[in-house]
Write a new protein. Structure first.
Lengths: 441, 453
């Protein structure tokens, strides 16, 4: 048995060097106007993905204008100088491509995926809407309604999502991470198109953006083309720094959300550091030991042995501009009291504080992280996502350090971070309390 | 402006010719091999990443289960990874996850699927576990009991998801007695009656190499994989498969409207009819027609009307769901309860329009350009290739499908599209399910079996 584990370890380190080579090919350039460009050639299939990332999200919003970054993302499909309303997606699709966009707390990103011969179209499209957005008042009114429907669909009518929204709001009392990226309904209703011009001008500038291209293209041709399309866009004034720091939490916070739902859910969140802190590595390992698959601790105890939870897990928001949260969550099996589930979650977290993780468990978590990085190289989109996310919140170079950082984690490191962060005083707990409304027949 | 377009098209020409040059020399997507035990293997060698992805289809989906045993196919597949004669449920999870791999099994409508992903160095371990769960599942009583409990809880939990409720009720009304009308995971009642013997018998009858398709994609050669499969699956013997006669699916003879009250802010609307099976020659014309109607994402007519122009919904779409023996067509939209009627009316107007008027040249050309041009994006990862290869075999499309497909799509005319619309869409006879605040939505029930006035 021991021999086979040793043999596996040798193999793993061989594969990891393959992984490290995965980011070696990244070519980084900064244009004179401050636009960052990351190019990664991958010729295994005749396809490529183009992404442009802006450092703006709900983190940059204020009470009253919540949801603005996301609504602006929607407006980015409603016409610019060259490509009029509806024509962005039409142009992409008639060239056999897919396009979309997403907004988070820290960033807003737009992407197209094409056969490699068409990837050049992205340059025309994205340079047009970086500075030429129309913000048509009529289009704005219908798109605002669309976003309100999106909020109803994904937040108001989804009990878990509604619960999570409340959790963020109570976990952060000062920092704008408390704002839901979709925005509060009332803010959406009151939002006016006139408010958007200044916001767009502040953040949609070359020196606040990163272009990531991954796939089957030639960098020697791509970079000059990027310069041709984006190089003439003037650098903007540096966007204002978001300076709010969440004060240390001193005492547990609790909330109940009563909502029509079938089963109760409990979420416990702890303030933790982000990827720029050395503690992020043991926290990532702890997350996997806790909830990485059916051999993980939460699955084994809460779901399999005790059968008190239908699902359970841990979620560490590591890739974040400012320190974020580590969440534990579980949904109760029918008839099981939610406080029993909550106690079982704490019992698993407390084990990390008193009992060093076993060597085999630690190795498994590291193997899982390493293999997921190797397998993740299969998808251009996935690799571009990682580059864009890391660069938007810190630096893509942290990707290169990640596996090394994980490999160095010891059982003591895991115990140390468990004791440091998973305390009652640092905890916010939310419970979804199902209520049934009378249904008319 | 014109200059820029000129520059782009020049680029396109240069790169297109490079691409064509590359494709001419490229190896075919995969190779079809029939193993000694009768199993069809589809292999695509891709040596860029040291990993192997396996996607298996076994013709042991809900179409194979007896009508009074809803959920049998689903639970049988789900239990494969919950214990074998030599490994417990926990051991299976522990062994595969220790090396950062994954294995899973699940039951669907036409097939059960079993998936394995491992680094190349762990291929033997992966195949050993794969063969163990396929050939020697133990179906322990305790695991069955736990799985039944978990499935029932999942059914309860799903009541929080209005679009799932609507979709399931739509399938029930549409397919009636046909297995496609049953819930894949069964009902609390059918699950309570499920016995170990049912499961063991189902597994023995349908889990056979001559009833299975395996797609293997990744860093492995033909010699490496064939010798290993002969070793690990050599003991898997062919057998005569049970014959099943499925009931004929009949489209509804009149409009059926099913409002389902739930105190939520949006009405979740599903509207549709019987579609077609995947091997029906009309499939491609229907597919192009649907792209223009509501399948084409941001560019479809439904999206343009209901989302972009009227701001009534975030999501509105339509699709054909083609299965082995039948299929469905449905339009889905979620809108605030008060706009439900308007959204339904607008959707029906679009159905009516595409049945009455031929689509424009531009719409047809754009649809063809997307459907053919985006095909390479469906084959850009190992797991996508594995899924496609298995589907090519299951639906008898042939490994040359990537070459045939653009030719078929490009040969379609506006008349073909119109014919498909007239044949598969109906503005009068359809099934409509609405889950939401029915009082606000103002939708009136028209039950099945009551002819319209």
């Amino acid at each position: 048995m021991k021999k086979s584990i040793l043999a596996l370890l040798i193999f793993v380190s061989v594969s990891v060097s393959a992984f490290a080579a995965g980011w070696d090919g990244v070519k980084e350039h900064t244009l004179d106007n401050g636009l960052k460009v990351l190019l990664l050639e991958e010729h295994k299939a005749p396809v490529a993905t183009f992404q442009i990332w802006y450092r703006v999200g709900s983190r940059n919003e204020k009470p009253g204008n919540t949801g603005m970054s996301h609504l602006l993302e929607h407006m980015m499909f409603k016409g610019a100088k060259k490509y009029g309303p509806k024509s962005f997606s039409q142009t992409v699709q008639k060239n056999g491509g897919n396009d979309n966009a997403f907004t988070s707390k820290d960033y807003t990103a737009y992407f197209e995926t094409f056969s490699s011969d068409r990837i050049w179209l992205s340059l025309d499209i994205e340079s047009d809407r970086m500075r030429g957005l129309l913000l048509d008042p009529k289009e704005f009114l219908s798109e605002r309604d669309v976003v309100k429907e999106e909020r109803r669909l994904n937040h108001e009518d989804d009990p878990e999502s509604a619960m999570f929204e409340k959790m963020m709001e109570v976990s952060f009392l000062n920092h704008p991470y408390r704002i839901p990226t979709i925005g509060w309904m009332n803010d959406l209703t009151n939002m006016k198109v006139e408010d958007f011009k200044a916001y767009y001008d502040t953040y949609y500038i070359p020196n606040n953006a990163t272009i990531v291209v991954v796939g089957d293209f030639d960098s020697e041709k791509m970079l000059p083309e990027i310069k041709k399309y984006f190089g003439g866009i003037p650098k903007g004034p540096e966007p204002p720094k978001m300076t709010v720091v969440e004060p240390e939490q001193k005492g547990e916070r609790r909330l109940n959300l009563k909502k029509e739902a079938e089963l109760p859910v409990v979420v416990a969140g702890y303030h933790v550091p982000d990827l720029e802190d050395e503690d992020s590595y043991p926290l990532a390992v702890l997350e996997l030991i806790l909830s990485g698959g059916k051999s993980s601790r939460l699955y084994k105890t809460l779901i399999y042995e005790k059968q008190i939870a239908l699902y359970a897990g841990g979620d560490y928001s590591m890739v974040s501009t400012d320190p974020n949260m580590f969440y534990l969550y579980a949904g109760a099996m029918p008839g099981k009291p939610i406080d029993e589930v909550e106690k079982a979650l704490y019992a698993e977290i407390d084990r990390f504080k008193v009992e060093p993780v076993a060597g085999k468990e630690l190795t498994k978590a590291k193997n899982q992280i390493e293999s997921s990085f190797i397998m993740g190289q299969d998808s251009n989109f996935n690799r571009a996502m990682l580059l864009g996310q890391y660069e938007s919140v810190a630096s893509w170079k942290l990707l290169d350090r990640y596996v090394d950082g994980i490999r160095k984690v010891t059982a003591e490191d895991v115990m140390k971070v468990a004791k440091r962060y998973f305390t009652e005083d640092n905890r916010t707990v939310g419970v979804l309390v199902p209520v049934k409304e009378e249904v008319k027949k | 402006m014109k200059n820029k377009i000129g520059a782009i098209s020049l680029f396109l020409i240069i790169h297109l010719s490079l691409l064509i040059g590359a494709t001419a020399h490229a190896a075919p997507l995969g190779k079809r091999i029939v193993l000694e035990n009768g199993m069809v293997l589809l292999l695509s060698e891709r040596h860029t990443i040291p990993s192997v992805t396996i996607n298996m289809l076994i013709k042991a989906g809900q179409v194979a289960e007896p009508s009074d045993k809803a959920g049998l196919a689903h639970i049988t597949a789900g239990l494969l990874t919950e214990g074998t004669k030599k490994r417990s449920s926990s051991q299976i999870a522990e062994e595969i996850e220790f090396v950062g791999g994954g294995i899973g099994a699940s039951g669907g409508d036409d097939t059960a699927s079993v998936n394995l992903t491992v680094l190349k160095k762990d291929l033997d371990l992966g195949l050993d576990i794969l063969s163990d769960i396929l050939l020697n599942p133990a179906f322990p009583e305790a695991e069955i009991k736990r799985k039944v409990k978990e499935t029932k809880a999942g059914i309860e939990k799903e009541k929080d998801d209005p679009s799932a409720i609507a979709g399931k009720e739509f399938a029930r009304l549409l397919f009636g007695e046909h297995p496609y009308g049953r819930l894949t995971e069964g009902t609390p009642e059918s699950l309570d009656k499920m016995t170990r013997e049912d499961i063991v018998k189902f597994h023995a009858a349908y889990y056979a190499p001559n009833n299975a398709i395996m797609a293997v994609v990744g860093d492995v050669t033909e010699e490496e994989i064939v010798s290993r499969l002969n070793k690990y699956l050599g003991g898997w013997s062919q057998r005569e498969l049970p014959k099943r006669i499925l009931p004929v699916v009949k489209p509804p003879k009149h409009k059926i409207v099913k409002p389902m009250d739930k105190k939520i802010t949006q009405a979740n609307i599903v509207l549709g009819n019987i579609g077609l099976e995947r091997e029906n020659p009309d499939y491609y014309a229907a597919y192009v027609m649907n792209y223009i109607l509501g399948g084409g994402g941001f560019t479809s007519r439904l999206m343009d009307n209901i989302r972009d122009t009227k701001g009534l919904a975030y999501d509105v779409h339509s699709y054909f769901s083609p299965m082995k023996y039948s299929g469905s067509f449905n339009i889905g939209v979620q809108t605030k309860n008060e706009s439900a009627k308007t959204a339904i009316e607008e959707a029906l107007k679009e159905v009516e329009r595409i049945r009455k008027e031929t689509v424009s040249d531009k719409e047809l050309e754009d649809a063809k350009a997307y459907l053919t041009g985006s095909f390479p994006l469906k084959l850009d990862t190992n797991s996508k290739i594995a899924g496609m290869l298995a589907a090519f075999e299951f639906f008898n499309l042939g490994l040359d499908y990537p070459e045939k497909y653009p030719k078929i799509i490009n040969s379609l005319t506006k008349d073909d599209v119109l014919k498909a619309a007239k044949k598969y869409l109906s503005p009068d006879n359809y099934i409509l399910v609405v889950v939401g605040d029915i009082e606000k939505a103002g939708v009136k029930e028209i039950p099945a079996g009551v002819p319209k006035l």
